[in-house]
Design a protein around this ligand. Structure first.
Ligand SMILES: [Zn+2]
Length: 240
């Protein structure tokens, strides 16, 4: 069977696979607080899992994950290590240019942490301008209304950081990194001023997770993961 994860390949295997594969997936996660009940590595674990599962169903290989991301909102919580958008863009750009030099047909930047979405989009645009590269794609996690309907926490808290949805996905992939006995409910209200000036989470959030993570289940997590993986497979198979 062909290897999917580039980190497992030898240089000769990689040289061959990158030229023949339709897509190279680069995941960008974060080292970020996920409330009292879930590990800092959550976004890295989930992003890598999504990429690997998608790659099994299409002609793609997966690069080692970028373990740090743009987590400005959470930066004051211990464990959240925040890169600026400029730093993240520089890292992405240099990885992309390396992959291009080895013959990548398409490169998909996949956000394990949606806060990386802006940098991903900006770097793809920049590379169109500066290098005439039209083969850099990006994906951030989005969910349909119907899918959000399976969650029991009230909207909007049901689908934000470290809440019922993300905790459910983690229960599917790495339940050992979730301790539901430590999960606490929190329904923070976004201050009205947040629409008009930067307000970080430490100004109005205590726990660091939204909604009621104790409502998370593995079954719900599978629904969300399947939807994400299906969309990535569709992007690679049908749109690229
Ligand atoms: Zn997360």
């Amino acid at each position: 069977m062909k290897k999917i994860y580039a980190g497992d390949m030898t240089r000769l295997e990689f040289a061959e696979r990158i030229k023949e594969a339709k897509c190279v997936i680069v995941t960008a996660g974060s080292c970020e607080q996920h409330g009292y009940h879930m590990a800092l590595d959550t976004d890295n674990v989930l992003g890598h899992h999504m990429a690997m599962e998608a790659a099994k169903r299409c002609d793609a290989i997966v690069m080692p994950n970028i373990n740090y991301g743009q987590v400005w909102s959470a930066r004051k919580f211990p464990g959240s290590i925040s890169l600026s958008n400029d730093t993240l863009k520089a890292v992405l750009k240099e990885i992309i240019l390396s992959l291009e030099s080895f013959g990548a047909k398409n490169i998909l930047l996949l956000a394990g942490h949606n806060g990386n979405g802006q940098a991903m989009k900006d770097v793809a645009r920049e590379l169109v301008n500066t290098h005439d590269l039209h083969n850099v794609w990006y994906y951030t996690q989005t969910f349909s209304k119907e899918l959000k309907g399976v969650l029991e926490s009230p909207i909007p808290c049901n689908c934000v950081h470290a809440g019922e949805m993300e905790t459910s996905m983690m229960l599917c992939v790495r339940p050992d990194l979730v301790d539901l006995s430590k999960a606490e409910k929190d329904f923070p209200e976004l201050p009205a001023a947040a629409k008009y000036r930067p307000i970080s989470w430490d100004e109005y959030i205590t726990v660091g997770s939204y909604g009621d993570p104790s409502l998370a289940t593995e079954e719900k997590g599978k629904l969300f993961l399947d939807a994400i993986i299906d969309e990535v497979v569709h992007l690679i198979n049908d749109i690229m």
